[in-house]
Ligand binder design. Structure first.
Ligand code: B12
Ligand code: SF4
Length: 451
């Protein structure tokens, strides 16, 4: 069957290739389907005519991925596809439709099926049933049958993710995924433009943070990939696709020490010349972890600090404290890693002085880069359920659901107040003499290295 997979346009510029879709693509290819991936995010740099692409490829099935802010752009693609060919099966997958499956199908008659959660086996099963239309046998989907919306049982998560083929990098214009100015601005990777790719070392997260949809998408159980396979993939990304910067998308990269140490040892042994980044939790970041990362060639570590107030950390169910935050930063600093971190603005229960405490703390923490997103109750999270139950949602215009925007009533603040606080937080952090000094020091070092 001919399957077109589309990454819709998004509000914010995306870093790297659409990894989830690339996994879907390689799996479907491995069972004999013909695949085309269309990344509309690249339409910011080149013009892409969606109708023309669909007419030319003439797919039997079109599948689009979507996070919450990109849902309207995703729906537009499916609407166009259905108008071009009413027999083309239209499928939505990814975090937003997983959470809002029934609503999305009810409101958009041109969507045939929503694939919930992990998608490889589910969409493959779905395609097997396309001709017979026996969709009731496919676990993990919600679909339309005449005027009814039917929600089948969940599909269990894939037990051994090493069974999945490597993401279909060969179907993507990898050299177009260059790293953008944000990173160049901070002077970390020099002036030369580099190709950026993401990679996954595991799936699932055992934690319970209320603003996060991760464990609903990929489960609470951590499922690790074989370190040898991961390093093999890194080598291919470097040698075949000339990737210069590689980001691990894992939610908690350093949680399973045995697995993580094995990956670091192998990367070091292979001596791969590539810049590596990862995200992790502060309470998994001891001295040895920091040193191992550095030793393997990692340059950047990203932490979700979220707040300097314990009551807020508890409300968010982060499961760590301010001391953990300080210790992690100390360990990362000693290992000479570049440290990025998030602090959330607009946490229910925080007043102005609590927010100011987090902003001052971000400056004292000796980190290199800070973001101050507004806390957004994304569908599929416990926070969304809390906001809905307490009548706190200000809009259900999903295009407004992104970190620059306030969509939840917060006692004591208007939407504009929160946006202004956020802007001031950035000004405050980046005008800090400590930050300016570090920025120039790093750039001078880069210029010297380039000479
Ligand atoms: C990496 C990442 C990003 C990167 C993407 C870079 C890249 N190169 O991939 C960046 C930094 C750009 C990003 C941005 C945002 N992100 Co993000 N991101 C992630 C993260 C950490 C990993 C995604 C990933 O690759 N997972 C691994 C792959 C294998 O899984 P997957 O993508 O879910 O795909 C599987 C299934 O979803 C499904 N599937 C997906 N698409 C499709 C399509 C079809 C047709 C089918 C059948 C199946 C299917 O099958 C796939 C394979 O099993 C996830 C968390 C997570 N653990 O998933 C958050 C996550 C997806 N992000 C999230 C959010 C909120 C955002 C932002 C909206 C935040 C913001 N700034 O406001 C932005 C929006 C993006 C935009 N540009 O507008 C939320 C989504 C919640 C929601 N309801 O939308 C998540 C779940 C994190 C969270 N805290 O809950 N993100
Ligand atoms: S925020 Fe991170 S640690 Fe918390 S549940 Fe999500 S992925 Fe897990």
């Amino acid at each position: 069957m001919k399957v077109m997979l589309v990454h819709p346009t998004e509000k914010l510029r995306r870093l790297g290739q659409p990894l989830g879709l690339s996994y879907i693509a390689s799996y479907l290819e491995s069972v004999g389907h013909k695949i085309k991936i269309l990344d509309l995010m690249l339409s910011s740099t080149k013009s892409i005519d969606i109708s023309k692409e669909i007419k030319q490829f003439d797919p039997d099935v079109i599948g689009v991925t979507s996070m919450t802010p990109s849902i309207y752009s995703a729906l537009k693609v499916l609407d166009i596809a259905k108008k071009i060919n009413p027999n083309c099966l239209t499928v939505l997958g990814g975090p937003h439709p997983t959470a809002m499956d029934v609503e999305t199908l009810k409101e958009n008659s041109f969507v045939d099926v929503v694939v919930r959660g992990e998608g490889e086996i589910t969409i493959s099963n779905l395609l097997d049933k396309k001709i017979s239309k026996q969709f009731s046998e496919v676990k993990g989907i919600t679909y339309r049958q005449e005027n009814r919306i039917i929600r089948n049982d969940d599909r269990p998560f894939i037990e051994n993710i090493d069974d999945l083929p490597m993401p279909a990098y060969h179907l993507l214009p990898m050299k177009e995924y260059t790293i953008y100015n944000r990173i160049n601005f901070i002077g970390l990777y020099g002036k030369e433009e580099k190709i950026y790719s993401s990679i996954s070392a595991s799936r699932g997260c055992p934690y319970n943070c209320i603003f996060c949809e991760c464990n609903r998408m990929l489960g609470k159980k951590l499922r690790n990939r074989n370190p040898e396979k991961i390093v093999e993939e890194i080598k291919i990304l470097k040698e075949k696709y000339n990737v210069g910067v590689l980001g691990f998308v894992d939610d908690t990269f350093t949680i399973n020490k045995k697995h993580f140490f094995e990956i670091c040892n192998l990367i070091k042994k292979e001596n791969i010349d590539i810049l590596l980044e990862c995200s992790t939790r502060v309470d998994t970041f001891d001295k040895e972890t920091a040193n191992r990362l550095k030793d393997a060639g990692f340059c950047v570590v990203f932490f979700g600090f979220e707040s300097a107030n314990q009551s807020s950390l508890d409300f968010l169910q982060k499961g760590f404290n301010v001391e953990d935050q300080k210790t992690a930063v100390k360990n990362a600093r000693r290992a000479d890693l570049f440290i990025e971190g998030n602090f959330m603005i607009g946490i229910p229960g925080e007043n102005k002085s609590m927010i100011n405490r987090s902003i001052s703390f971000s400056k004292k923490l000796d980190i290199d880069q800070a973001s101050f997103p507004i806390l957004v109750p994304f569908p599929g999270t416990q926070l969304y359920d809390y906001a809905e139950k307490n009548n706190l949602l200000l809009t259900k215009d999903w295009s407004q659901y992104y970190w620059d925007n306030s969509v939840m009533k917060i006692k004591g603040f208007t939407q504009n107040d929160l946006k202004n606080i956020k802007t001031k937080a950035y000004i405050n952090f980046y005008s800090n003499p400590k930050f300016i000094y570090k920025y120039f020091k790093r750039n001078v070092k880069n210029i010297n290295n380039e000479d």
